[in-house]
Unconditional design. Structure first.
Length: 218
């Protein structure tokens, strides 16, 4: 469900070529594509309470939205693809062992287990993942996950250090760390970052305020 909208935003249903204008309280579904105009922002609340927010000039595909309640735990499997622009995800906890929440771009996968993070995918094809709380597993798998390549082991990186580069890599970035992946698939080690000055870019501050309104803590 769309819980916030500012400016021009639109939705294309699965398999449809036409884009239709979104409005407050519009419902969104698996397979939908969401797009924002040059000065627009939107927020969508998923069935489990997780929040997705799109910045201006962004496009996001809701590839998989699956929520189920088992005898002992709830399971959710969410996969979204950021085509271009930036997305913020405030993810509720994953309880079932088979649960997953992933944000994909053309050259990266960011998988989480209850956290706050943002991804930017620019027109040149590079991806930047910033983690604001919790941990995010970042991989450049889409570039290298082809037949004949060997998967590298998962590496948890607590701070700047050299890592053993394999055919593809997986890194764990913690709070206030960022990972960058070039269009060619080269992935940086996690490094710390500072919050942007709201006077020049209020994206982080706006998301923090929206999280606060939603009762989501740091």
């Amino acid at each position: 469900t769309i819980t916030f909208i500012k400016g021009q935003a639109s939705r294309a249903a699965q398999g449809a070529a036409a884009w239709n204008t979104l409005a407050q309280a519009s419902r969104v579904f698996q397979g939908d594509r969401l797009k924002t105009g040059g000065d627009a922002r939107l927020e969508a609340k998923l069935m489990d309470g997780s929040l997705l927010r799109l910045g201006a000039g962004s496009e996001l595909s809701l590839d998989k939205l699956s929520f189920s309640q088992g005898k002992t735990a709830a399971t959710k499997k969410v996969t979204v693809k950021l085509v271009v622009g930036r997305v913020w995800a405030s993810v509720s906890r994953l309880f079932g062992k088979d649960s997953s929440f992933e944000v994909n771009t053309s050259n990266a996968v960011a998988g989480v287990r209850g956290t706050r993070f943002a991804a930017v995918h620019d027109a040149a094809g590079s991806t930047t993942v910033r983690v604001y709380s919790g941990k995010v597993l970042v991989s450049n798998k889409p570039i290298y996950a082809i037949e004949g390549h060997i998967k590298g082991k998962r590496v948890e990186v607590p701070g700047p250090q050299e890592i053993d580069r394999k055919q593809w890599e997986e890194l764990v970035a913690g709070a206030m760390q960022m990972v960058q992946i070039t269009a060619a698939g080269e992935m940086s080690r996690p490094e710390t970052f500072a919050l942007a000055d709201p006077a020049t870019d209020d994206w982080e501050a706006w998301n923090a305020e929206r999280d606060k309104l939603a009762g989501i803590s740091e």
